[in-house]
Write a protein that binds this ligand. Structure first.
Ligand code: ARG
Length: 378
């Protein structure tokens, strides 16, 4: 495929039309329909609370709908076809780290579901009002590997988690006696006082997958592994003007996230040279395409290993087709899709996927998942 195929011209045209600026309350019409006054009445109640500086008093039904719509809206996600299946756990009554930690464990267990991963969002209390703090999860994800920075600047493990790892150690985390590149991190949680509390992970909570290659037995000696469930914990969920700063959510992985980025990026695990060596490739010249070949084999290994363990994970070709289907359904529903091309297009063999040839644009949406408020202590 090259250029812009004719059947995509239509999406190009519709994309030029500016979408209505998203109303913070439009989701209420999806909950109550447009025939009754209910949406309007609920909007008035929520707006009044907002004027008093209070969090939006959403019903559980409204929260569930808004959580699903936030996923449907989110410009960086290729997996949105499944937005209606999101399970929303309403834990807005919880602000204290202890209670939150046990709910995080419950979230992860329910999400892992023996490998048949379920998409779940858990919503904890928002800040009680202006100038007040809400609970926060300091980890980037509920599962993550430590990155131990040595005095020479090098990192054992995942450099993405170097700051959190240092914080955990400072708070008294007892890392495994024999540190490895794949040590699961404890949780760091704070409540309304903002102070960090350390929570070691419950034993055997996190499901992991050992990475092997389907036809290179030597690959296993690299000792690679990854966890089953990506559960983002450092974004805030914004609904009707209220920020839920602790609202972890998970889907399932697309193989390239692990194999073409986490394990391959030079500022992450940077494993392509080792993989190439293991495969016996000539790494002296870029023109041998040793990086590209190592990348493909690493991706095959991840796809193979998750399938072997029956842990749900989608390949990028299938995910791309699912996203195209999502676009089609959304167009049929009369909704414009906000999307970031640089996030949607997979990092491996991009031009073989239809999303590469599809024009996209990002515009403000509501509800949405946004970057967390910066955490000055990290
Ligand atoms: N890219 C992130 C990671 O590799 C996960 C982001 C969310 N991904 C998902 N499939 N829901 O850990």
């Amino acid at each position: 495929m090259s250029g812009c195929p004719f059947h995509l011209q239509k999406s190009l045209e519709t994309i030029e039309v500016p979408a209505e600026p998203a109303s913070d309350y439009a989701f209420l019409a999806e909950v109550y329909g447009t025939d009754s006054d209910e949406a309007g009445l609920r909007r008035a109640v929520i707006e009044a609370a907002r004027e008093r500086g209070e969090p939006a008093p959403l019903t559980e039904r409204e929260l569930t709908a808004a959580g699903r719509i936030a996923w449907r809206n989110h410009a960086r996600c290729i997996g949105r076809l499944y937005w209606r299946t999101l399970v929303v756990r309403d834990r807005r009554n919880l602000v204290e780290p202890d209670a939150i930690a046990s709910e995080l464990a419950a979230h992860l267990r329910a999400a892992q579901n023996g490998g048949n991963i379920r998409s779940i969002l858990t919503v904890f209390a928002p800040a009680a009002g202006k100038g007040r703090k809400g609970p926060r999860i300091w980890n980037q994800q509920l599962c993550g590997y430590a990155g131990y920075r040595a005095s020479d600047g090098s990192v054992l493990g995942d450099p993405r988690n170097a700051a959190l790892t240092a914080k955990a150690l400072e708070l008294g985390w007892s890392a495994p006696a024999q540190r490895s590149a794949f040590d699961l991190l404890p949780w760091i949680l704070s409540g309304p006082d903002g102070r960090p509390h350390l929570f070691p992970l419950p034993e055997d909570l996190v499901q992991e997958v050992v990475i092997e290659h389907p036809d290179h037995p030597g690959f296993a000696e690299l000792g690679l592994r990854w966890y089953a469930v990506p559960a983002i914990a450092d974004m805030r969920l914004r609904i009707a003007g209220t920020d839920f700063g602790a609202a972890p959510f998970n889907g399932w992985y697309m193989g390239t996230e692990i194999a073409a980025r986490n394990l391959a990026d030079t500022d992450r695990y940077n494993l392509l040279p080792e993989v190439a060596r293991c495969l016996g490739l000539d790494t002296r010249r870029a023109r041998t395409l040793w990086q590209d070949r190592a990348l493909v084999e690493l991706n095959r290994a991840v796809l193979h290993s998750y399938e072997r363990d029956q842990v749900k994970l989608v390949d990028h070709h299938t995910a791309s087709e699912e996203f195209m289907h999502f676009l089609q359904l959304e167009r049929k529903a009369g909704r414009e899709v906000s999307a970031r091309w640089d996030w949607i297009v997979p990092p491996l063999s991009p031009a073989t996927t239809r999303v590469f040839h599809t024009p996209m644009r990002e515009f403000p949406v509501s509800p949405d998942f946004l970057a967390a408020e910066p955490n000055p202590a990290l």
